[in-house]
Ligand binder design. Structure first.
Ligand code: ATP
Ligand code: MG
Length: 311
């Protein structure tokens, strides 16, 4: 794996349209973006000052893998993915090409629905907290007697939130409130697609030793065809909780493949939600190792092998 850690990207020939906590977006033309995943990592909505080497490639190649799996299994599903390589017309220098290699995706620029389409299959995190105090998850009544990390009886549920601006926190909303924000027709389609994508992915991952406890999808609108399109990253350790199936046990926290190690360290050090924190080498290494393990289990490939295939 490359030892180069990339936390900020500037491309001389492409204007930067926007940046999120993890990605930098560049305008290729009116309809197309170069979606570049840096090695930045955030926890509790705060970005660490150093990154995790390899993370950008893992997230990009894993997302591309999922787009292939999902579109082959879900009839009618459209995604924003156009390819892994920027076109020649972008005129990137050789240095810039090296910088974005394996971490960039050419995507359709779409109108983003300002709703986070969260799907939960298991009782954990804020869902578990709410259940303990009120017996509900996202306001939905749950049977008594469930434990920490129990599977949600009756199957996965859709628990949308608002999509906050950078630096703000997302807030839970009911599906009815989501319909007010994006319109009933689109809200229904978003919910249906989010649940179908989750169920398809959860079954696929389970066969490969990973439980997808919950995940977040984003959708955009193709204004020409009026279609709801799956966008952003999908089913990565940044957007999902992945648990190793062979270690799963209800009634306790799970050892996960995501940022849990980083979150636990921040909490232990009293650095939770502080700006500008640098992770020590051991946290960087342990986090990178978990991301890589999730990648390799889900794709059945070593990262280096997937990178070669992508060249
Ligand atoms: P989080 O993932 O926690 O919401 P973030 O929103 O800061 O954090 P990043 O992943 O760093 O996200 O940046 C990606 C940004 O690009 C998001 O704002 C996302 O909505 C937007 N985006 C994703 N796909 C498209 C697309 N096809 N067209 C336009 N914008 C997109
Ligand atoms: Mg994001």
């Amino acid at each position: 794996m490359t030892s180069l850690t990339v936390t900020d990207i500037t491309l001389t020939s492409l204007p930067k349209l926007a940046h999120g906590k993890v990605r930098d977006l560049f305008t290729v033309d009116d309809k197309t973006l170069l979606f570049v995943c840096t090695d930045r990592i955030s926890a509790y909505d705060v970005i660490m000052s150093n990154g995790v080497p390899g993370k950008g490639a893992i997230l990009t190649l894993l997302t591309a893998h999922w787009f292939r799996v999902l579109t082959s299994q879900i009839p009618g599903l459209k995604t924003h993915f156009l390819g892994l390589h920027p076109p020649q017309s972008c005129h990137l220098t050789s240095g810039e090409q090296a910088l974005i290699k394996h971490r960039s995706m050419l995507v359709r620029k779409l109108k983003v629905f300002p709703v986070e389409a969260i799907v939960r299959g298991y009782l954990t995190g804020s869902g578990w907290k709410e259940y303990q105090s009120k017996g509900t998850v996202h306001g939905i009544e749950m049977p008594k007697g469930l434990q920490n990390c129990s599977a949600i009886p009756g199957g996965a549920i859709y628990t949308p939130s608002t999509k906050a601006e950078l630096g703000e926190h997302d807030e839970n909303i009911t599906p009815a409130q989501a319909a007010k924000i994006v319109g009933e027709k689109y809200a229904k389609r978003i919910e249906e697609l989010a649940l179908t994508c989750y169920k398809t992915a959860a079954a696929y991952a389970l066969e490969r030793g990973i439980i997808i406890a919950d995940t977040k999808f984003e959708f955009g609108l193709d204004e020409e065809t009026d279609e709801v399109v799956l966008i952003d990253e999908v089913l990565t350790p940044d957007s999902s909780r992945f648990w190793p199936k062979d270690k799963y046990e209800v009634g306790r926290e799970q050892e996960s493949f995501d940022k849990q190690f980083l979150r636990d360290w921040l909490t232990k050090e009293g650095l939770k939600a502080k700006e500008g924190v640098a992770m020590p080498e051991e946290v960087v290494k342990a986090t990178g190792k978990r991301y890589r393990e999730a990648f390799e289990l889900l794709t059945g490939k070593k990262l280096e092998e997937a990178m070669k295939e992508a060249d």
